[in-house]
Design a binder for this molecule. Structure first.
Ligand code: URA
Ligand code: CA
Length: 433
């Protein structure tokens, strides 16, 4: 087999065999196939697309390019959730205890990563004492006994994807449905869960700018999952503005605590219930999404979800008192209001730019080496569709330095006030496969 023939075949719009796809992925991972040939193939796929079978084969070839996680020692159906990435997305912190409260195993492997705020692990580490440096054995034991644990990512998962994603980034081939779908699904499948729930974001703060594109990506991922034996569902949700009010690590822990008690922001609660329902349904704990949602609401009402969060914190060395006394979380030294400069209705809160403003305060990492400040971030006081009077605060900045002029400028620039505006829909669609 020769790589040049595979490139030419895809260039001409023909279907690649499983063997050809495997030859490419194996050869590229071990360095036999050079970047220039891999980028030519990525560009051919970009223009010619792949059918469902090719997408599934590409996904599984990437899964088998490295280690995979075996969660078979954990009882029950393990359901994982993945978000395509948003700003102030507090859903994981809410969903993990919420779903575990229904005796569904939540075996979460998470990273720190780059971005506007930290990853799930950074957020949890805002809780004094909480740590994720536990052994694989301890992790399995915790999930079997308590239905919930989080461990730091380890192991060399999907090296083919790491290499190919970096190459796509510099060759104009990121924005391709078959390549994005196989990239995301390969990582989720290698991480070992039995079923997968996807939160595909759309809007200014997302990869997929339109609902149609987001739906196409969701459908592509759902069919890959289902065709390789992992039941998969998706929610298409809005990311034109940040989710909830909090953007920042400790601030989001606090928001998660409120949401677990049914006192959180309406949009965050709605999305957690939509995603959570799919998780409960796929775990076999309800026979319809409606029944699943009712069960989730019940554990919020009864306090079971909040108790599960305490149990989870305690098990991993954290101070569970933060749940009843969130003021024990790290607090920033300064709280600075950003007042509206006119009367009107909030018409836009551009998610990615507001996220970048939070990162500039130190809430997230710009590079792998950056330090993160768990206390800082932004609290939105208004969301799209809210009326506002001149002088009223749009955002409260939580900072550990006095000088935040640049952050204020960014916020002012990216929050628009108009005569009228309506709140965007939050959940646009669900894809159940
Ligand atoms: N996120 C991924 O993990 N892969 C892509 O290709 C795009 C977004
Ligand atoms: Ca939030």
């Amino acid at each position: 087999m020769r790589m040049v023939d595979i490139i030419a075949k895809k260039r001409d719009g023909k279907e690649l065999t499983a063997e050809e796809i495997q030859f490419f992925i194996q050869g590229y991972t071990n360095g036999d196939i050079p970047d220039y040939q891999a980028s030519a193939l990525a560009m051919a796929i970009f223009f010619q697309d792949m059918n469902g079978r090719e997408r599934a084969d590409l996904t599984m070839a990437m899964v088998h390019s490295g280690e995979t996680i075996d969660l078979s020692a954990i009882d029950g159906i393990k359901v994982d959730k993945h978000s395509t990435g948003g700003v102030g997305d507090t859903t994981t912190l809410v969903l993990a205890p919420l779903v575990a409260a229904l005796d569904i195993p939540v075996a979460k492997m998470s990273g720190r990563g780059l971005g506007h705020t930290g990853g799930t692990i950074d957020k949890l580490e805002a809780i004094e004492g909480f740590h994720v440096e536990i052994s694989k054995e301890e992790f399995v034991k915790l999930v079997n006994e308590h239905k919930i644990a989080v461990i730091g990512q380890s192991g060399n998962l999907t090296p083919a994807d790491k290499k190919l994603y970096a190459l796509r980034d510099v060759t104009g081939t990121v924005n391709s449905i078959p390549l994005i779908a196989s990239s995301i699904m390969s990582k989720k499948i290698a991480a070992g869960s039995d079923a997968i729930v996807l939160d595909v974001k759309t809007g200014a703060g997302a990869f997929m700018k339109t609902v149609e594109e987001a739906k196409e990506l969701a459908q592509a991922m759902v069919s890959i999952g289902n065709s390789v034996g992992r039941k998969t569902m998706a929610v298409i949700s809005d990311m034109s503005q940040p989710l909830g009010y909090a953007i920042g690590n400790a601030l989001e822990v606090r928001e998660a605590i409120d949401t677990l008690q049914g006192k959180g922001p309406a949009d965050l609660e709605e999305l957690c219930l939509a995603l959570g329902s799919q998780m409960v349904y796929l775990a076999g704990k309800a026979t319809s999404l409606e029944e699943a949602e009712e069960k989730l609401r019940e554990v919020m009402r009864s306090g079971k979800a909040l108790d599960k969060f305490k149990e989870f914190i305690r098990n991993q060395g954290g101070n569970e008192q933060v749940v009843d006394r969130p003021e024990l979380l790290p607090q920033a030294a300064y709280q600075i209001e950003v007042p509206a400069d006119q009367d009107g209705v909030v018409a836009a809160i551009t998610a990615d730019e507001i996220g970048t403003a939070a990162m500039k305060l130190g809430a997230g990492r710009a590079t792998k080496e950056s330090d993160i400040d768990l206390a800082v971030g932004l609290m939105l006081n208004k969301k799209i569709g809210d009326t506002v009077r001149k002088g009223e605060s749009l955002v409260t900045i939580h900072a550990n330095r006095e000088e935040v002029d640049e952050v204020i400028r960014m916020i002012r620039e990216h929050i628009q006030i108009a005569d009228h505006a309506v709140a965007p829909q939050l959940v646009y669609d669900v894809v159940t496969g």
